[in-house]
Design a binder for this molecule. Sequence first.
Ligand code: MG
Length: 155
Amino acid sequence: MRVGLGYDIHPLVPGRKLIVGGVVIPAEFGPKGHSDGDVLYHALGDALLGAAALGDMGTHFPDTDPRWQGADSAIFLREILALVTAKGWKIENMDVNLHLETPKLKPHVASMVKNICQLLGVQDSQVNLKAKRGEGLDAVGRQEAIAAQVVVLLC
Ligand code: MG
């Protein structure tokens, strides 16, 4: 078994789509980033790469590469899954913390889980997502940022 840890944070700016776990959430702001800025998919990608000792998202998909400008982050996860699978690993489970002050992410968690299951070929019993607020503290609490933490177990 192998454990992997992923973390990602993006600043929130007006005029960007708020996409989390592949779900477009109604908001007047979204994550600034080279790709679509999906913090959940980015943290998940880093956790998978980390568990398999395959480096990190920034090395595989550099933000200087025009191919990834505005990219759907699902592309990254598909490629990472192929790399991890090629090493002989299977996903056992993942646990996720999502950090956003507003809007509430909880109503969208089931859709995010469904997207992850479809992308990675896992069951919803293997995916746990928790939506957390920043309680007014730090960048998340001041509505300046969205962040995600992921732990993944491979077997
Ligand atoms: Mg990112």
